[in-house]
Design a protein around this ligand. Structure first.
Ligand SMILES: [Zn+2]
Length: 408
């Protein structure tokens, strides 16, 4: 089995790995770099015309965001819920929608593609339906961690792999997102810790509580719903969030028609719905729908899942007095131009944002436990801005270059 990391040996975002055996080629992930433009074809690997399949580890744009450039006939293997989430999100986010036809990845159900045997391992990550991948071909075993952690709502999956790790791993491609944070506290907060923090914030807020979190972070949505329930507050979501939650098709994930959940479509989203002709979608989620005139009365008993398109409606409703704003995403986004508008809007309203968040990625200590359990013949850094940190943390580290072909 020959391996080429097209992108990812020295960066987070845009992950793409090509594997070749007996003339058959597959890709693991085809991500958009964090600073890349999705219409930039120069970001693609050279040969994409005769791929046997593309395996997508999880539905984050930095792992699938270039898929739409492939010929529609290309087989795309991804989790079934991940596939639905990408389809549900695309009309709202403007992310180009790829064809996405192919096998579904299922936890520890092997799939054969030519000479490759691929066994997905469902993992704990901030993206829903995320997998690590064991790839076997030509007597070699390569394990690709994808993105993962050990402190989310699916942490038992992480512990299960530590207890019964796949054996005889020749190559481990392991993400190291958090290695630039070595020296920080080893244990990252769990979702249960965040739930407790949110309850305290909500209890201390006389007016409307707003939280800015990703609707696609399903663990966080569950945490939020639970914190609302514990404080007697209604969780107000928009139609995009309702569509993402529905796409999980998971009976234990909060939905727009659950008690304690309300649907509010801000004016800018109403125009979006008309443009998308998404009236059936709106109708499906309208059982708990509320309208702008209800906002002032509900404010002190609600938590609004904030998105920047809410700003005009919140101004018009006059609900910012005694309100609180909680930021629950990666703090790096705060430096981006797109964040300045809502940060200025908050400052104008005299609201200082609070921060309640935990990483979607394993802590350095959990990465060490994972690498020790798998004990690979070679551990190749991927999805990290500090690959040079690996040899200080792990055994058998072998550096590779982007674009270099090597034998597993
Ligand atoms: Zn991810």
């Amino acid at each position: 089995m020959r391996v080429c990391i097209h992108r990812g040996t020295k960066q987070i975002g845009g992950s793409c790995i090509e594997l070749e055996h007996e003339g058959v080629r597959i890709l693991l992930d085809l991500g958009l770099p964090l600073d890349g433009a999705s219409d930039d074809r120069s970001l693609l690997p050279q040969r994409t015309d005769d791929l046997a399949a593309v395996i997508i580890s999880h539905p984050h744009v930095d792992h699938y965001g270039l898929l739409h450039h492939l010929q529609p006939a290309t087989s795309v293997c991804i989790g079934a819920a991940a596939r639905r989430i990408i389809k549900a999100a695309a009309p709202f986010t403007g992310q180009p929608l790829p064809a996405l036809e192919g096998f579904d990845l299922q936890d520890q159900v092997p799939v054969s593609i030519g000479p490759f045997c691929i066994t997905p391992y469902l993992v704990d990550h901030s993206a829903y339906d995320a997998y690590a991948l064991l790839i076997e071909a030509g007597g070699k075993r390569l394990f690709y961690s994808g993105d993962f952690r050990g402190h989310g709502r699916k942490r038992r999956l992480f512990e299960a792999v530590l207890q019964r790790p796949p054996e005889g791993i020749d190559v481990l491609l392991m993400e190291g997102t958090t290695l630039s944070r070595v020296g920080e506290k080893d244990a990252f907060p769990s979702e249960a810790d965040l739930e407790k923090q949110l309850v305290e914030h909500f209890q201390a807020t006389p007016g409307l509580a707003m939280i800015y979190a990703s609707a696609q972070n399903i663990d966080r949505m569950v945490t939020l719903y639970r914190a609302c329930k514990r404080t007697g507050r209604t969780l107000i979501i928009d139609l995009y969030t309702a569509a993402i939650l529905e796409a999980t098709e998971n009976a234990s994930i909060p939905q727009s028609d659950w008690p304690g959940v309300a649907l509010f479509t801000p004016e800018r989203q109403r125009r979006q719905i008309v443009r998308m002709q998404a009236f059936d979608l709106l109708k499906r989620h309208a059982s708990n729908r509320i309208y702008p005139e209800a906002l002032p009365g509900l404010a002190s008993r609600s938590v609004l899942l904030f998105r920047p398109l809410h700003m005009d409606d919140l101004d018009a409703a006059g609900v910012l007095g005694q309100a609180r704003f909680i930021y629950s995403q990666w703090p790096g986004y705060l430096q981006e131009d797109a964040s300045q508008k809502w940060l200025n809007w908050l400052a104008g309203a005299g609201i200082e944002p609070s921060y309640v968040h935990t990483s979607g990625h394993a802590s350095p200590a959990d990465l060490q436990r994972f690498a020790q359990a798998l004990s690979p013949k070679q551990l190749v850094p991927i999805h990290s801005f500090v690959p040079e940190e690996y040899p200080r943390q792990f055994a058998n580290v072998r550096f590779r270059e982007d674009g270099e072909w090597w034998g597993a």
